[in-house]
Design a protein around this ligand. Structure first.
Ligand SMILES: [Zn+2]
Length: 275
């Protein structure tokens, strides 16, 4: 799996990887079969959008929803790295054009649009193309009268696109509003990690918020908050379990149980039988 650090393993790159949390060395094909969950400590490693689609759509069949391309690097941004070069490197690493993909297919026989983000693409940051992908998914869901499932994983807004990136917050909220007006269910599956502008917008306004176990979800990171409020944060702060206890998340479902449980939820919300 691409998102595991393999540099400490003296075997061909791309065959073995180490768990980011506990250091457990694992055969990457095993990790793929476990949907990115470490067998030793259960740490959830980010999956790519296509891995999510293959795991959830019936018989791993789906069609990708085309996303309007945006003008690249409109601000000609350069900080430590040149943004254009960053984009090129991220595209080479992931094989995708930006940090999200949207697909349409059946989940347990029920029509669903799935919007999934990619942490390997500049930390799953939300720029204009991510906003376009979300809205393209909304249009498709409205047209097909289908449910919409969002699977965020993100470090936040893409600072290289400045205000244009921040504009995706209200744009995505307008997309959710369109789903509401069409009376279509909007479900969010919060994965590890989801931070910044994404939980400040579409990721926290679902009809149902499901999170994966051990996921870290929040706006600012714990160090920044501690420095600001000058207090020690409670144990388990910003974990999925803590957020369920405090009413921000409705339930926790592990990745390998999500397809089955989603089928039940979608059939109730769409008033249709599962197949
Ligand atoms: Zn581990």
């Amino acid at each position: 799996m691409k998102n595991l650090d393999t540099k400490y393993v003296s075997l061909p790159k791309g065959t073995w990887g180490k768990c980011k949390k506990c250091g457990h060395v694992t055969y990457l094909k095993h990790l793929d079969r476990q949907l990115g969950i470490c067998a030793k400590c259960q740490h959830p490693h980010p999956l790519s959008p296509k891995q999510w689609f293959e795991a959830f759509f019936d018989e791993a069949k789906y069609s990708l929803i085309s996303v309007p391309r945006v003008k690249e690097d409109p601000l000609n941004f350069s900080a430590k790295k040149n943004y254009k070069i960053q984009l090129e490197q991220a595209r080479e690493k992931t094989g995708e054009s930006d940090a999200s993909l949207c697909a349409f297919g059946l989940i347990n026989g029920l029509k669903t649009v799935v919007f999934a983000m990619d942490f390997n693409f500049i930390g799953g940051s939300m720029g204009r193309e991510v906003g376009e992908a979300f809205l393209a998914g909304v249009e498709k869901a409205v047209q097909e009268k289908s449910a919409f499932l969002a699977i965020p994983v993100s470090g936040g807004a893409r600072m290289q696109e400045s205000t244009l990136s921040l504009m995706q917050l209200p744009r995505s909220i307008l997309g959710v509003q369109k789903l509401r007006e069409a009376k279509l269910p909007y479900i969010v599956y919060l994965t590890n990690p989801t931070f910044g502008g994404v939980p400040a917008s579409f990721a926290m306004v679902g009809d149902l918020h499901i999170a994966e176990p051990n996921a870290l979800i929040g706006f600012a990171g714990p160090k920044v908050i501690e420095q600001n409020i000058r207090q020690k944060l409670p144990k388990g702060f910003q974990t999925a379990e803590y957020l369920v206890e405090h009413g921000m998340v409705d339930m926790i479902i592990p990745r390998d149980e999500l397809k089955e449980k989603l089928g039940v939820v979608l059939s109730i919300l769409m008033k249709k039988e599962q197949v």
